[in-house]
Design a protein around this ligand. Structure first.
Ligand code: C2E
Ligand code: MG
Ligand code: MG
Length: 738
């Protein structure tokens, strides 16, 4: 299991770009391109079809208009009067103008009209609404008209063709398209014939009505209007750039010009109309996509961040930011496997702060937290980058030292660790001092698996703590046995407390040196183990202190002592009180209520405390001692001289009695004479107004010396051993033996 590094925002962004943004926009643009392509192709096709339709339509319309010219002429050319007037020796020009000229020009909008004799000579002419002379029928007109005239006469002369079949025409005509005066024009020739048949005219000699209709003038305008032609015009050359064209062919099939226009392109129009909307839609889609992607990116980033944070929290201690036990276990298993494979060793160091509880109790939890943080930082600064430090408990840390070649390397690290933790810490505006005890197990020599190695490092730590503070100890197999034994005692003691009949309070009398009378008794706990027999309190009390059972046991001893000694004719009963009990701020009040319950006067109780317990938790002690002393309970300092033994402390401590430790008493009379020390203690006690008891008096010489020097009471095997309550009762009943 590896902790993921914090995501680099740059790579995060490019990854997101590659993974999401590019494909999404590529897809949108591809769809847009395909759609655009399809639309362009469809529009092109639509344009093409529309243009073709227009071309066909216009070709038809043009033909219709051409035909209409001839048809219009028939209104006046199939007429007896017209024939008579035209062929009269002196034609009535006014009549001709009115009926064959002006009328046709104004009503049928013919541009030029000529009435020709059968031989093609002009009889009447009109151009642009004005009557013109024969001279205007110029050679160009003549060259166009004469072939038509010939055609008409030929057709008329052909029998049976006077009235063409299958047409609306009454007479055959000749019609041509061509250029007249450089303008495209329809030129239509019609024979002037009798409508009644009564005016006889030899076939093929008819006078001719010649009509010219220019295509580029009014005709074109009207055409453009009717069919909504854009930019329509006639031209001689084929235009290259316009697709709407209808070729104009003369009678011989020769193309002489083109009608061209800008064709209606519905497809292009559609594109033009739709294009801005499409672009807008595309921009909109891209915009929505961008917003969507942004949102997705944000939520992905947020999810990743919370995952990273959750992962960090899962594997790190929140207070120090150091790896936690989970990560530590994982790494230890990994390092053990690696060490095994490489033939190297890995050292597992368990660290426990000495005196942390005192800092926590006196300066408060926030200061304790600050201290733990500072310790974490110092440890982290000492180890190499390949090592790992983790916080695995309140004031417990663990270090994995990798690539270890010899125990000396571990020792160097331990000394350094003890050194840095020994330096004072600045917390809560003051200085705090703690120490550190270290237990070490080496893998794979001590254990090849994580759990076993951890257990052994823990045992080494326990032993290290027990051996005194600020030390380090390597695991040794013997520790295992002692720990196992301790574990056994711990379990058995729990059973004993529950069973209630295995614990007993013995009493050891204290004697007056002068009278030899019993002046007091010390309550001493005994454990009758069902299998192991009598177990010394020196062995099981420290264990009970560690497990916290001492609180319950200690209170039971007090209750028992009050019950047993309530009616004994002695001054006081001494009860040993552990440092663990004193730490509890409610201890004094609970003790007093026990006394009250047993109706045992507080003045008759003496609590025995050790120097070390007093000094280690001065703050907690003070409160309890003040309450107890205020109630009349006296305090004795047990095992005096074995602890810090700083005489200056005595002043500060509120005690009533010193109990000189057995180790000094046993020095009396031996080579290593303890008399001088005892004399010094006596002087000090006297100066401080304290009473003194000597413990462990085993010889008469010791008794003599201690009596002589002014001890207030004596306790020891020479005088009496600790005994059950009923024996004590008997001993009290006996007279004093001096
Ligand atoms: P302590 O309070 O210093 O008790 C005196 C110890 O010295 C007792 O050991 C006693 O039997 C022993 N002793 C007395 N006279 C002589 C002597 O002449 N020669 C020798 N060699 N020893 C002598 P014990 O009863 O084994 O208790 C050991 C310690 O266990 C006590 O030392 C005390 O610290 C602790 N303890 C005993 N009972 C209790 C208890 O009820 N509560 C607590 N907290 N501690 C207790
Ligand atoms: Mg004692
Ligand atoms: Mg003692």
């Amino acid at each position: 299991m590896q902790i993921r590094a914090n995501g680099n925002p740059v790579s995060e962004r490019s990854r997101f770009l590659l993974q999401f943004v590019v494909p999404a926009f590529a897809a949108v643009l591809m769809v847009a391109a395909v759609l655009a392509g399809l639309i362009v192709v469809a529009a092109g096709k639509a344009d093409q079809v529309a243009t073709e339709n227009q071309q066909n339509l216009l070709a038809t319309v043009l033909q219709q208009r051409i035909d209409a010219t001839a048809h219009d002429q028939e209104g006046v050319t199939v007429w007896d009067d017209a024939l008579l007037q035209v062929r009269a020796p002196v034609p009535d020009l006014a009549w001709i103008d009115s009926n064959l000229g002006t009328w046709m020009a104004s009503y049928h909008r013919l541009d030029e009209i000529f009435v020709l004799s059968a031989s093609g000579e002009p009889i009447y002419g009109m151009q642009a609404g004005h009557v013109v002379g024969p001279a205007e029928f110029d050679s160009e007109l003549r060259s166009i008209a004469m072939p038509l005239l010939a055609k008409v006469h030929a057709a008329m002369a052909r029998p049976g063709t006077a009235a063409p079949k299958n047409t609306r025409m009454l007479t055959p005509g000749a019609i041509d398209l061509g250029v007249v005066g450089s303008r495209p024009a329809i030129v239509s020739a019609k024979p002037i014939v009798s409508d009644s048949g009564e005016v006889v005219q030899r076939a093929g000699t008819e006078p001719i009505h010649l009509a010219i209709r220019y295509l580029d003038g009014a005709f074109l305008q009207e055409l453009a209007m009717s069919y909504a032609l854009q930019d329509a015009h006639f031209r001689i050359d084929r235009p290259a750039d316009v697709s709407g064209i209808v070729p104009l062919r003369d009678d011989g099939g020769q193309t002489f010009g083109y009608l061209s226009w800008e064709p209606f392109r519905p497809g292009t129009l559609l594109i033009k109309r739709v294009l801005p909307l499409s672009i807008l839609s595309l921009v909109l889609v891209c915009g929505v996509l961008a917003v969507l992607l942004r949102h997705i990116r944000r939520s992905i980033l947020a999810r990743e961040a919370s995952e990273t944070q959750a992962q960090h929290l899962a594997f790190h201690d929140t207070l120090t930011g150091l790896p936690n036990r989970m990560m530590f276990d994982d790494r230890l298993a990994h390092e053990l496997a690696a060490a095994d494979a490489q033939g190297r060793s890995v050292a597992l160091l368990y660290l426990d702060l000495d005196g942390f509880k005192g800092v926590n109790d006196t300066l408060g939890h926030p200061a304790g937290d600050e201290l733990i943080q500072a310790v974490g930082a110092r440890l982290q600064a000492v180890i190499r980058s390949t090592d790992l430090v983790a916080r695995i408990g309140g004031d417990e840390f663990a270090i994995i030292q990798t690539g270890v070649r010899s125990p000396a390397e571990v020792e160097v690290l331990c000394l350094r660790l003890i050194e840095v933790i020994d330096e004072p810490f600045a917390v809560s505006g003051t200085q705090a001092r703690v120490g550190v005890s270290i237990g070490i197990a080496i893998g794979p020599a001590d254990a090849g698996n994580r759990a076993e190695l951890a257990r052994k490092a823990d045992i080494a730590l326990y032993e290290s703590k027990a051996a005194g503070k600020g030390r380090f100890l390597f695991f040794a197999p013997a520790m295992d046995a002692s720990i196992q034994g301790r574990k056994q005692i711990e379990n058995d003691l729990r059973l004993a407390v529950d069973a209630g009949d295995q614990l007993e309070v013995y009493y050891q009398p204290l004697f007056s040196p002068e009278s030899g009378a019993i002046t007091g008794a010390e309550a001493l706990l005994r454990w009758h183990h069902p299998e192991k027999g009598l177990i010394s309190p020196a062995l099981f009390v420290p264990i009970a202190e560690q497990t916290g059972q001492i609180t319950q046991i200690g209170e039971w001893v007090l209750e028992q002592a009050c019950r047993d000694a309530g009616d004994w004719p002695i001054g006081s009963v001494a009860v040993n009180v552990s440092a663990v009990q004193l730490r509890d701020p409610h201890f004094a009040n609970r003790a007093l209520s026990i006394l009250k319950e047993a109706s045992f006067p507080p003045e008759r109780l003496e609590v025995e405390l050790t120097e070390t317990s007093l000094i280690e938790n001065a703050a907690g002690c003070d409160v309890n001692l003040k309450i107890l002393r205020a109630a009349g309970v006296r305090v004795a300092l047990d095992d005096f001289g074995t602890g810090y033994s700083s005489f200056s402390h005595l002043q500060a401590l509120s005690v009533d009695r010193l109990k000189i430790d057995r180790s000094f008493v046993s020095g009396i009379g031996s080579g290593n004479d303890g008399r001088a020390i005892i004399s010094a203690i006596m002087d000090l006690a006297r100066a401080s107004g304290l009473k003194v008891t000597a413990e462990g008096v085993e010889t008469a010489e010791q008794q003599r010396f201690l009596s002589g020097i002014g001890c207030n009471s004596l306790q020891g095997y020479l005088l009496a051993r600790p005994m059950p309550a009923h024996e004590m009762r008997l001993a009290l009943a006996q007279p004093a033996s001096t």
